[in-house]
Design a protein around this ligand. Structure first.
Ligand code: CUA
Length: 293
């Protein structure tokens, strides 16, 4: 509806622009002596009445008639009890999505069932960010100490891009998340997979132990650690982007990312991860690559 409203406004304003330019060209080249005295007094009145009062009134009435229902549809109303609630927390420069009903938390990945109303309730940990998925329409500011909400719905399964839409510092342009819209069955499967504890094969046991010791205070991996303040890494191996939108998993591995990312998180509280011994570093990275549930 928002997209149609925008295209409607664009089309109408384009017509107005063409009309005004045509009149201007006509006025430039016609002879000023062509009209008689009575026309001279009637014409300005018509323009004031038609162009200055009737046209704006009609435009605003049509805009309100379409715009108010469109606005209503993105409000989170008490009547939409069947909506899936997702809590969003933005911080410099990444996203946390929490599914309270299922008890799942993801970082920089928003999973949605198709054709189900979604209620996004969002806040910020530090500065003002803005939650925006252009393909879904609607946008809300995420403000520290306040919860804003919006209702969205994705009609088709697919992958979309979400982006922070409020300048929030040097990492703003990279503050991206991926939206995975799944069929209801796939979404249920995903939830079940994500609720299970990560099982660690024997060869990665030392890495998991080192992770628990050195990283577990901040990072959560379901069944391994229960940290807070840093991204949940339970399925980091499946992510296409590392550190929000900074690097793609195909171009750069987690081991390399751990070594290079300190410069990219300057200005945040994120520690540089340099306290880890190199052998821990590589072992942990190799294990994290296998977490794809
Ligand atoms: Cu967060 Cu811009």
């Amino acid at each position: 509806m928002i997209a149609w409203l925008w295209w409607g406004m664009f089309g109408f304003f384009a017509l107005v622009l063409v009309g005004v330019i045509s009149l201007w060209l006509y006025a430039m080249q016609r002879s000023p002596d062509a009209e008689n005295a009575s026309q001279k007094s009637r014409l300005p009145n018509r323009w004031i009445l038609g162009g200055g009062i009737i046209l704006p009134l009609a435009s605003v009435t049509v805009l309100l008639a379409v715009g108010i229902p469109a606005g209503q549809r993105v409000l989170t109303l008490p009547s939409t009890t069947e909506a899936l609630r997702i809590e969003v927390k933005a911080q410099r420069w990444w996203w946390e999505f929490h599914y309270p009903q299922a008890g799942i938390t993801t970082a920089n990945q928003l999973y949605l069932p198709a054709s189900v109303p979604i209620e996004i309730h969002g806040t910020s940990e530090d500065v003002i960010h803005s939650f925006w998925v252009p393909s879904l329409g609607g946008k809300i500011d995420l403000i520290p100490g306040r919860v804003n909400s919006i209702r969205l719905q994705a009609d088709q399964p697919g992958i979309m891009r979400g982006q922070c839409a409020e300048f929030c510092g040097s990492g703003h342009a990279h503050m991206i998340f991926r939206v995975h819209v799944l069929s209801q069955a796939d979404f249920d499967n995903w939830q079940q997979r994500r609720q299970q504890a990560v099982t660690v094969p024997a060869e990665h046991q030392p890495a998991a132990e080192a992770f628990r010791q050195h990283c577990g205070d901040c990072h959560t991996i379901t069944g391994i650690s229960n940290g807070s303040g840093a991204p949940d890494l339970s399925n980091i191996g499946a992510r296409r982007l590392l550190g929000s939108g900074r690097r793609r998993g195909e171009d750069i591995g987690i081991a390399e990312w751990l070594q290079t990312h300190p410069t990219s998180v300057q200005g945040t509280d994120t520690p540089p991860h340099q306290q880890l011994a190199p052998e821990h570093h590589d072992a942990i990275a190799a294990w994290l690559e296998t977490l794809v549930q």
